[in-house]
Write a protein that binds this ligand. Sequence first.
Ligand code: NAD
Length: 259
Amino acid sequence: MIRVVLVGAAGRMGRAIEAAAAGAADLAIHARVDQRVNFPTGDGVWSDDIESVTQPGDVVVDFSGPAGARAAAAGCAARGAALVTGTTGLAAEDEAALRTAAKRVAVLRASNFSLGIAALRVAVRAALAVLPAGWDVEIVERHHRLKKDSPSGTALTLADDVRSARGLPAGALRHGREGQVGARPAAEVGMHAVRGGTWVGDHQVLLAGEGEWLELRHVAQDRAAFAHGALAAARFVATAPPGWYTLDDVLRGPGPRGA
Ligand code: NAD
């Protein structure tokens, strides 16, 4: 039985993972970490201190915020627990904390745990491989009004895929447009973040050529899509040696490691 510590347990993703784990026979959530103000009343172990509830061999699953992800990384390294984190909007120092932890324990990070997004990334790379470099690429993402970071981590991952397929620098990313911006340069990846309502996650990659265009789109209707992927990742890191992993490693199964 895999013992899971859930960080951000009171949040939207925390509750989705709780529901998904309830139907799993091979893992159990034995502690929940969140900010004290968000502790619900009721049963279960709740803490605002990850180290006090984490034991060697546990798997910590984190969907909280940058500070929560940093604390989870430090706590996992200190206690000898593996980490799965889906928290987005991380700054360079948060990323560095995850990479430091990966020297001591297994750390798996993904900006999106849905299988459909994994397929979308493959489809985008395949489309770019056959289309001329003159086709313009724009990414449009939609999320609920409460989402804190923009653009989404998934949209940034898709943009990275496009930039690396086209050999474009980080500066090629263009966030929105306003005013007399002039003609669109070819070496640009447009990025547009729409916020409102209760959208769970919607990512469109638009490829526009002369007189035709192509849209590749993924829509997450329910957070269960991410929760099941996160639990698959938890099973993977439970037996993985220390190191840095991505969802590709889970999808590939045992074998050579991803970057
Ligand atoms: P949410 O605001 O509903 O929940 C976040 C929870 O984390 C809250 O209960 C909050 O109190 C808690 N938290 C914040 N800081 C904390 C800290 N320092 N220590 C402990 N707990 C802390 O947000 P959400 O919609 O559940 O999303 C959480 C994160 O997961 C966001 O970064 C979001 O972008 C990301 N996300 C990732 C995926 C994916 O597939 N990778 C999918 C959905 C959401």
